[in-house]
Design a protein around this ligand. Sequence first.
Ligand code: ZN
Ligand code: ZN
Ligand code: ZN
Length: 263
Amino acid sequence: MRCYKRARAGRPPVDKELDRYAQPDGHGQYGILDDDGQTVLCHECGRRYRSLGAHVFRAHGTTADEYKAAHGLARSRGLASSALREALAARSAQQVGTPAWKRFEAARDPQAAADARTFPPSPAEARRAQVETATLNSRRARRPVVRTCPECGVQWCPLPGGYTRTTCRAPECVRAHAAEATRARARRQEEAIRPLTDDERESLRRLTGSDLMALVRRLLDEGMRQRTLAGAAGISEAGLSRFLSGHRVPGTDRSRPAPTATI
Ligand SMILES: [Zn+2]
Ligand SMILES: [Zn+2]
Ligand SMILES: [Zn+2]
C-alpha cells in the first residue's frame, strides 16, 4: 500500500480525517453522530430523527453510506438513535440470553445502557486512537487512514492531491456509484416537487378542453412532470404532448390506469 511507501520515504501518513474530527460539519461535528438517546441529529439540515437512514435519502437524496462517508462516520455504524436501536434489538431478540436481549436488559440500568450503546469507532475516531497509540509506541507503529470502496470493499490510502474518489478505481465500482448518485438525484428532484392534491387529481381526471389545458399548464409551471400529470389525467404521456401542442383533446371518459398515482 502507498502509505507504507510514504512511511519508508519518511513522509507522515495522511491525517486529513484526524484534522477534521469534531470540527464543525454542517449542523453537527465531523466524525460524530449526535445521539441524545432518543434522536440523532442530521448534519445536513439540523433536524433530529429517531433514525437518519430514510430521512437523508428522502430529504437530501443521499444514501446512508454516502452520508456516513461525507460526515466521517463508520460504515458499520447505524444511523438510528440508541433508543431505536435498543427497541429494534429487543424486538429481534428471539429468546432471552441472546446478545441483543442482554443489551435490552442492560438498557434498564443507565451505566450498562451506556456501555451497550458503544458503537464501533468512526474512521476518524479509529484514526485518533491509532495516533494516540502510535505516540506512545514507536513511529513505525503508525497506521494509515484507509478508505474502503463502498461497492467492492477494496481498501486504499488516500494521499493529498491523489486519488480522491469515494470508490476504488475499478470501472464497475465507479459506474455503480455514479448510477446510484444519478438515482439519488432523480429521486431528489421528484421530491422537491409537492404531490398532487386530491382536488387536482380529480380535476385532471374530469376536466377536458381549455379547463384541462389551463390546469396542466399551471402544474407544469410549478415544475411537475408531464409523466405525472398524464398518469393522473388517465392519458398517455404522448397523448398529453399531443394535447399540449393542440393536436388532440382528451375525451371526458378516460380510463387509462394512473401509473404514477403515488406521486
Ligand atoms: Zn497504504
Ligand atoms: Zn436532514
Ligand atoms: Zn471497488
